[in-house]
Design a protein around this ligand. Structure first.
Ligand SMILES: Nc1ncnc2c1ncn2[C@@H]1O[C@H](COP(=O)(O)OP(=O)(O)O)[C@@H](O)[C@H]1O
Ligand SMILES: [Mg+2]
Length: 376
């Protein structure tokens, strides 16, 4: 069976490196700190947080996890907090329903059971904002009450926290900070991916979450760890994968955990018969993956103005280039650094590129490959 996993949370033997981050985050959360974890998408934030959650649960900590990608309105956010509070108490279905109704009756909650037996919760009303804020305030206070009453440490994890801005804006941020900062016995993790947005939340004095706790910027996993992991797994499957090939897999995937696993997965399937991986195979696998996503990339590409297309051509051809330099501006007909700046910010807002440690990169690494191969 193909051992390389991507697009889902990785655990146990598939979860590599991140030892210090794991220790630090788990310890800080146990100490009741409010921690921030920021990195571009697909670096392994969720996997890291859930690994920390497992570690904490083994120590008797109650952990609740909320993914804000799943809450598309403030009412849904309130309902999700209600459900999380019921989970914290480990209530059965009937008791959970009663408990949640007490907190969010104004949302006319609708309950059903998921195929896996867990509770699913919908909302059927939009009461006045003031009422919803009151519900949220009561629910946010609950983890601390529970921790004090049960004498049990509690940890709350908010994943994709940058979404809070769209869910409730500044008033919700302020309310959350006001309630949470007083909670000595509850550790909070706020994790986010849209880098600029999360950065602003923690680094601007005027924003509610400024200075609330330590901020960790998760980096890529060092290449040597991944090379070793790839070597071990390819060897187990009887593949011949020389050292240069291992390094090239990591490089071709931009060093990003998700894309490395994706490429390794592809290579495993591609060479399942021959079981030998060469430089040419890696190029072929990368091209195949990029080609598979053509409809998506083409659609994005076709809707872009010329200047933004030229900037993307430049970024695709010269990752990490000095994009404000005269040479780059001339080469890609970008006229002025002001125009580069404007186009960058538009492309960021369209989520096509994002800022990483080494400069601006394609949010979807394979799209960069696609542009290089098809649009220049
Ligand atoms: N520690 C890790 N070891 C190995 N692969 C990882 C690790 N962290 C992430 N990955 C790879 O990246 C993918 C995305 O991880 P995920 O935790 O969902 O990232 P994020 O939450 O930052 O988007 C995983 O499915 C896996 O392929
Ligand atoms: Mg995630």
């Amino acid at each position: 069976m193909n051992p390389f996993v991507f697009g889902e949370v990785v655990k146990d033997a598939n979860f590599i490196d991140r030892k210090t981050e794991l220790e630090t985050i788990a310890k800080d959360l146990l100490d009741g700190q409010k921690v921030f974890l920021i990195a571009p998408r697909r670096y392994g934030k969720t996997s890291l947080l859930l690994a920390a959650a497992e570690k904490l649960k083994a120590k008797g900590v109650r952990v609740i996890y909320l993914d804000l990608f799943k809450t598309a309105s403030i009412e849904q956010f309130a309902a999700a907090l209600g459900k999380a509070a019921a989970e914290m108490r480990k209530l059965g279905f009937a008791e959970a329903v009663k408990f949640i109704k007490d907190f969010v009756s104004g949302l006319r909650p609708q309950f059903s059971v998921n195929p896996d037996g867990s509770l699913s919760l919908g909302v059927d009303a939009s009461p006045p904002q003031k009422e919803v804020f009151q519900m949220i305030e009561n629910l946010l206070a609950y983890p601390q009450e529970f921790a004090t009453r049960e004498k049990k440490p509690v940890v709350v994890i908010f994943d994709e926290f940058q979404e809070i801005v769209g869910i409730g804006g500044e008033p919700l941020e302020k309310l959350m900070r006001a309630v949470i900062q007083k909670q000595r016995n509850v550790g909070y993790a706020f994790c986010g991916s849209k880098k600029t947005m999360m950065n602003e939340m923690v680094s601007k004095r005027s924003r509610a979450f400024f200075g609330l706790g330590p901020v960790t910027h998760l980096e890529k996993i060092p290449s040597e760890y991944f090379e070793k992991y790839l070597a071990v797994n390819f060897a187990k499957g009887g593949f011949d994968c020389p050292e240069e090939a291992l390094r090239s897999i990591v490089d071709s995937a931009g060093g990003i955990p998700y894309y490395i696993q994706y490429l390794a997965h592809e290579l495993w399937d591609l060479k399942t018969e021959e079981k030998k991986i060469t430089a040419a195979d890696i190029d072929r696998a990368v091209a195949l993956i990029a080609k598979r996503n053509t409809p998506l990339y083409q659609n994005l590409w076709e809707n872009l103005p010329q200047t933004q297309k030229r900037l993307l051509q430049g970024l695709a051809a010269n990752p990490g280039a000095a994009i404000f330099s005269g040479a780059f501006i001339t080469r890609f007909q970008l006229r002025s650094s002001a125009l580069v700046k404007k186009s960058l910010s538009l492309l960021v807002s369209k989520d096509i590129i994002e800022r990483a440690a080494a400069g601006y990169v394609f949010t979807d690494h394979w799209m960069g490959v696609w542009v290089r191969q098809n649009c220049s």
